[in-house]
Design a protein. Structure first.
Length: 301
């Protein structure tokens, strides 16, 4: 196969591992800077140029689109899809996962465990939001934050009101969620590939830090997940429409609850913690499934 990867930093561990895994199995993989791709829109001739040359001959595309360029990255990915190139994750599914509110609504519709979550536009409803999630304390999140950025713990009702008013004053959309105290600053990252959990790790936040992200000083270790946790992760990936994703769970008193479904999960932490060749498993999945014109949505919204 000739594979394109949409990524801005070719040196990242995850990108290098996917390239190595693809080439080890006899495929070619070209890493394209997403922002250097130009979408050329013409009737019946969807093309993409890169550094002035038209891209042709790709069998599959791996989207590793950063949150800061989601809209442009999805436009480029849709153009690949409309040209018949098979995507590892489809544009529609990535768009869902990047919108925390939409993803929560989809998961709730299908009865998947979630922390109590509330959303409102008017900062004057701060008190109502806090009560709706049995707070304080409450967790306040930006709708489009990643890697723990834009996630704040408010320990009092007054503190929550101040944070909510500040975010809304800056015209930033937020969610308010219940704080799962029993999780103890730890979460579980399940890596799902092709409808199966291929690896799982427990991430523990640094001392005094309620966020468990490895980018924020957290630590990771191999963990054995329960059948219910496995089922929750697989169902979340299915209903989001993602072939490959990281599903972040918390162990609550009422079972596993999903914090986030990440459509571009990092591989370094989980490969190191579990010793598994996840990049190789992703390429194997692509070998079995990448066929021209197999995109379900073919670039539709």
């Amino acid at each position: 196969m000739k594979i394109a990867m949409l990524a801005r930093n070719p040196k990242l561990y995850s990108h290098q591992r996917l390239k190595e895994a693809a080439e080890a199995r006899g495929h070619s993989l070209e890493i394209l800077n997403t922002l250097r791709c130009t979408v050329n829109i013409a009737s019946h001739r969807p093309t993409i140029t890169y550094n002035g040359e038209t891209l042709t001959g790709f069998d599959a595309v791996i989207p590793r689109i950063g949150a800061s360029i989601t809209n442009y990255g999805l436009a480029v990915l849709r153009q690949f899809e409309m040209g018949g190139v098979w995507p590892l994750n489809e544009s529609v599914a990535i768009g869902r996962s990047r919108d925390k509110l939409r993803s929560m609504q989809i998961l709730a519709k299908h009865g998947i465990g979630l922390p109590l979550t509330a959303y409102a536009n008017d900062p004057k409803q701060a008190e109502e939001l806090v009560k709706a999630v049995n707070g304080p304390p409450v967790v306040i999140k930006l709708l489009e934050g990643t890697q723990g950025i834009g996630v704040v713990l408010a320990e009092t009702a007054k503190g929550a009101a101040s944070i909510i008013e500040a975010f809304r004053g800056a015209n930033v959309n937020i969610l308010v969620q219940e704080f799962i105290k029993e999780a103890g600053g730890a979460d579980i990252r399940c890596l799902v590939v092709g409808g199966k959990v291929v690896a799982a790790m427990k991430r523990q936040g640094a001392e005094g830090e309620f966020r468990s992200n490895l980018h924020r000083g957290g630590s990771a270790q191999l963990i054995k997940i329960t059948p219910e946790e496995r089922s929750t992760a697989v169902r979340a990936a299915k209903h989001m429409g993602l072939n490959v994703c990281g599903v972040d769970l918390l162990r609550s008193n009422h079972g596993p609850v999903i914090m986030e479904v990440n459509s571009s999960p990092g591989l370094e932490g989980i490969e190191n913690a579990t010793g598994k060749d996840i990049a190789g498993q992703i390429i194997e999945f692509m070998e079995a499934n990448a066929k021209a014109g197999r995109t379900k949505t073919k670039g539709k919204g």
